[in-house]
Design a protein around this ligand. Structure first.
Ligand code: DX5
Ligand code: ZN
Length: 220
């Protein structure tokens, strides 16, 4: 029986009230807090850094799932590990030495994830899947919330599910971008177990209604 997790992305939260937004979405049933880090270099947008993660740590009773959209990766991966992130994920194409970055994150006692853009193949997993705790499939091009789900991500999720099952290890399979109540079931059917949702949740308060509707769709 799969344990599904819903990870609201605070990218779509009210930045002027972030602590409150994190507490509200957790009381509404969030399993993880998804923290989108953008650097105006790897992606054309700029969000928040490790100091904001550290400030939010005390407002979050659930794991903080940091998604780094930055290049270079290592210094920030380390800074987020020290700032209280529980999981740190990065794009393999943004790191000069993927194996080293994974070891760096795990060496801090944190879970390490690899993120794949819509046009990025899963090839790199062949040699490093034993050092990965999470695979994150992007179903939009990274940089902005509120974009439409790209269907080819479903095939990639199916592929990633096979690779994970072949390891026999507990690797989370997360999908990020354009997830709504009406498509979350399809994403789960393809093999995902963890769902990032930004605009679908923060754009439609009360948050509990959307999270409950997502859970009912998953339970069907
Ligand atoms: C995009 C981010 C996503 C984004 C998802 O670069 O990685 O986490 O916030 O937002 P929605 O759910 O609005 O597509
Ligand atoms: Zn994200």
């Amino acid at each position: 029986m799969t344990t599904y997790r819903i990870a609201p992305s605070i990218l779509s939260a009210d930045f002027a009230r972030l602590g409150e937004e994190v507490r509200d979405v957790i009381s509404a049933g969030a399993d993880w807090i998804h923290f989108d880090v953008m650097d105006n270099h790897y992606v054309p947008n700029l969000t928040f850094g490790p100091m904001v993660c550290q400030a939010l740590r005390k407002h979050s009773s659930v794991p903080i799932d940091v998604h780094l959209m930055v290049q270079p990766v290592d210094a920030l991966a380390l800074a987020f590990a020290k700032a209280g992130a529980d999981l740190v994920s990065f794009h393999p194409d943004a790191s000069a030495h993927v194996d080293r970055t994974l070891q760096l994150i795990r060496g801090e006692g944190k879970q390490a994830g690899l993120v794949f853009n819509p046009a990025t193949p899963l090839d790199v997993l062949e040699y490093v899947i034993d050092k990965v705790d999470l695979i994150l499939i992007m179903s939009v091009n990274p940089g902005f919330g509120g974009q439409s789900f790209i269907d080819s991500a479903l095939r990639k999720v199916e592929k990633a599910r096979k690779l994970i099952d072949a390891t026999g290890r507990d690797i989370r399979l997360e999908v990020d971008g354009g997830i709504k109540v009406d498509n979350i079931r399809r994403v789960a059917d393809a093999g995902a177990d963890t769902f990032v949702a930004g605009s679908a949740i923060f754009g439609a308060p009360p948050y509990r209604n959307v999270i409950d509707a997502m859970r009912s769709a998953l339970a069907r």
